[in-house]
Design a protein around this ligand. Structure first.
Ligand code: ACO
Length: 463
């Protein structure tokens, strides 16, 4: 009999995003592109960004402290903490060690884990490691904390509207309301140059947009098919899109997510025998000879499967896109921002007992398809109810953000690009509109050491 702890998964989540944003309609006008390109073509509404007052350390300090305070977790209750990020400000010292400032004053230094990097996949790696630790012989009964955080900024041009900023902390342990399904997840890792950051003096990636889309969709095909095989082998049951109540994707921009949901239906189509297709997919029968690898940019196929899957998208995926469309691609936290969005867009009774599919993608590339089972217990004092109620501040907080005009957004990014590795450096961005509880950079000394302060917190432990 297994001695593993039961139902390991996410017990609590916290998210932080910037208190300022640029409006994508205004950005379209400012950039001189056709109206609708960013808002309809990419599916993005607003993009969070930060001044020189915030960096990856401050974002992660804010989200971890917020989780400890709002969930009454004592520092000594955390036994593992790791960070997934691609926002690298030091080639040696991990963000995790910076976060130890929150634990050392309580005499807590025995916390395993460090940072993990591979583009937008690092948060998933941190989460998988956290779950594995709880399920391992090294587990000492304490919680694990997986943190995903990034500042996603691109050079001026086509990729810039697909930026964003955020951090998410996930408390991991047994008897969780969001349970990670065991032994069936699927992973796909390859060597590609679709998006990478070879210039260590810049925050900007080198990106081949079209290739990155092809790599993303190909990784989705591979992971989904492997997941289906794993379920068939381990559980002796068949998977198709109807197996999931919600399907959440890493979201570089909303339109790609909608195409990805359609892509899963295309995968189901390809996996179905020609005889079954006539019954199940009668209106798509003209694509009988379609091959997945030939269809990444096939407009006819894309359009037909987008139309066919529209209702499925509206029901299973659209509720997960709130934060992605309002804040942008947060890189590592993007997928988990999708999970948070789903949780705040549904009633607890609608979530209980449901199956959620998750697709994580990080360029370069590493990807996984996995699933979460939501616990059935949704009573008034259940862990699920508690987890979801704790997220009720998010929608009002999105509304409290300050809109900044595109010109100021652009000059802020220029300043960041010029100064992100400067030392000594005194940041000059205003702290006036920061949400309560936000950590911010006060100075970088001549030895590149960074110092932070915090906006006082409100009595309820947050914003
Ligand atoms: N109204 C409505 N739709 C419009 C309009 C308009 N006025 N103008 C353009 N569009 C549509 C286009 O038809 C296109 O739709 P399609 O995707 O169905 O073809 C869409 O808007 C985007 O327009 P493009 O001309 O294709 O955009 P462009 O090539 O300039 O840039 C890209 C898009 C490649 C995604 C770019 O933003 C980028 O490089 N982003 C970063 C890379 C990225 O996010 N990759 C995804 C996976 S990797 C990762 O997560 C980082």
């Amino acid at each position: 009999m297994s001695s593993w702890p039961e139902d390991v998964g996410i017990l609590a989540l916290e998210i932080v995003f910037p208190s300022q944003y640029v409006d994508q309609t205004e950005l379209e006008q400012f950039d001189g592109v056709s109206a609708g390109k960013y808002t309809i073509g990419l599916g993005q509404q607003k993009m969070g960004f930060c001044s020189d007052r915030e960096d990856i350390n401050s974002l992660c300090l804010t989200v971890v402290q917020k989780l400890l305070e709002r969930h009454n977790i004592k520092p000594s209750e955390i036994g593992r903490l790791e960070v997934g990020t691609e926002t690298i400000i030091d080639k040696s010292k991990s963000v995790k060690t910076v976060l130890m400032q929150l634990f050392e004053p309580y005499g807590v230094t025995d916390i395993e884990g460090i940072d993990t990097t591979n583009a937008c996949y690092g948060g998933t790696a941190a989460l998988f490691n956290s779950i594995a630790w709880v399920e391992s012989s090294a587990w000492n009964g304490r919680f694990a904390l997986a943190v995903a955080g990034d500042i996603a900024v691109y050079a001026k041009g086509a990729a810039r509207p697909t930026g964003g900023v955020g951090a998410i902390a996930m408390l991991v342990g047994p008897n969780a309301p969001l349970i990670f399904d065991r032994g069936i997840r699927a992973t796909y890792v390859r060597h590609t140059y679709d998006f990478y950051k070879p210039d260590l003096t810049s925050e900007y990636p080198v990106v081949d947009g079209k290739l990155s889309i092809q790599c993303y969709l190909n990784a989705l095909d591979q992971c989904y098919q492997q997941y289906c095989k794993n379920v068939s082998k381990k559980l002796n049951s068949e998977v198709d899109i109807s197996s999931f109540d919600a399907v959440i994707f890493h979201s570089p921009y909303g339109k790609l997510v909608q195409k990805s949901l359609a892509r899963l239906v295309l995968n189901d189509y390809v996996r179905t025998t020609k005889e079954q297709r006539t019954q199940k997919f009668s209106e798509l029968i003209k694509f009988n000879n379609i091959k997945l690898e030939d269809s990444y940019f096939d407009r006819d196929v894309e359009k037909a499967f987008l139309n066919y899957s529209k209702e499925i998208f509206d029901k299973k995926t659209s509720p997960s896109l709130l934060i992605a469309s309002q804040v942008g691609n947060m890189y590592t936290p993007s997928l988990y921002g999708g999970l948070v969005s789903l949780l705040i867009n549904k009633k607890v009774s609608e979530l209980a007992g449901k199956k959620i599919a998750m697709f994580s993608y990080g360029s370069g590339l590493a990807a996984s398809f996995f699933s979460i089972t939501v616990t059935h217990n949704c009573g008034p004092s259940s862990p699920l109810q508690k987890l979801v109620s704790n997220l009720s501040y998010i929608k009002p907080l999105l509304e409290q953000r300050q809109k900044i005009e595109p010109q100021k957004f652009e000059s802020t990014l220029e300043l960041r690009q010029k100064t992100c590795h400067s030392a000594p450096y005194e940041p000059n961005g205003s702290i006036e509109n920061f949400f309560p509880g936000t950590y911010y950079l006060t100075k970088i000394d001549e030895q590149h050491r960074r110092f932070y302060d915090r906006i006082p917190v409100l009595t309820n432990g947050h914003v």
